[in-house]
Design a protein around this ligand. Structure first.
Ligand code: SAM
Length: 225
């Protein structure tokens, strides 16, 4: 059992506080620094084409709610966003009034646990698993797996990088990020109970940040039983 009461997750409260404080402070500047969201919007469209009307969708690490929670909510789906940062949750509530948002650590989302969120038809995790140390990413994926209905869909994205819990300068703050090269990411996702049904890559240069251009990996996944 880890400090947060969920087996498999093993982080110190300080690690989480640092990440949350950085995103609280970054706030709306996140959207300004990353205005090009073509890959993310395309992954959202994949979900919209695949899901029946009025589906229930979990947005893990929803950030400001833009563009994903808004894209899915505007299409008539019931969106529940969770984010570690209180500031991000506040922005998301303003940006997407029809969706529901909670300040929650993705490590604490197990299906039947306290403050259960219920089951979902689909989930998104765009650049949020990046924020965990590698040792926590498989458990986070298994937690999402447990929150999905059989055959539920998951759209996720990561930055392609062979790094683990690496401090990087980000909009005047230091955040810690992890990533994989593409084959390893596929292996981690498949080993966590998902079939990968599609993928695409985007080469991406942030507008105003001190990090270099990156390759973004988008995976379309289906929950295996
Ligand atoms: C890079 S941003 C991506 C936001 C959004 N998904 C998007 O694509 O615009 C990562 C988000 O993950 C959140 N986050 C970081 N660690 C988290 C955790 N342990 N649980 C939930 N959210 C977390 C951050 O607060 C931030 O809003």
């Amino acid at each position: 059992m880890s400090g947060n009461g969920f087996s498999g997750f093993d982080h110190s409260p300080d690690e989480r506080t640092g990440q949350a404080e950085a995103f609280d402070a970054i706030g709306p500047r996140y959207s300004e620094a990353f205005p090009h969201k073509e890959g993310q919007l395309a992954a959202g469209r994949w979900l919209l084409e695949a899901l029946p009307p009025d589906s229930r969708i979990l947005d893990v690490g929803c950030g400001t709610g833009l563009p994903t929670a808004r894209q899915l909510s505007d299409a008539g789906h019931r969106v529940v966003g969770v984010d570690l940062s209180a500031g991000m949750v506040e922005l998301a509530r303003d940006n997407v009034p029809k969706a529901e948002f909670h300040q929650r650590d993705m490590a604490g989302l197990s299906a039947g646990g306290p403050r259960a969120l219920g089951l979902f038809d689909a989930a998104t995790a765009f650049f949020s698993l990046v924020m965990l140390p590698r040792r926590e990413i498989p458990e986070a994926l298994r937690t999402i797996h447990g929150l999905l209905r059989p055959d539920g869909l998951l759209a996720l994205s990561m930055v392609e990088a062979d790094v683990d819990d690496c401090p990087v300068p980000f909009l005047g703050h230091t955040i810690r990020v992890s990533g994989y090269l593409r084959d390893e990411l596929r292996q981690v996702v498949e080993a966590s109970g998902f079939e990968i049904t599609g993928e695409h890559l985007e080469s991406y240069a942030p507008a105003s940040t001190d990090v270099p251009p990156e390759i973004q990996l988008f995976l379309h996944c289906r929950r295996r039983a």
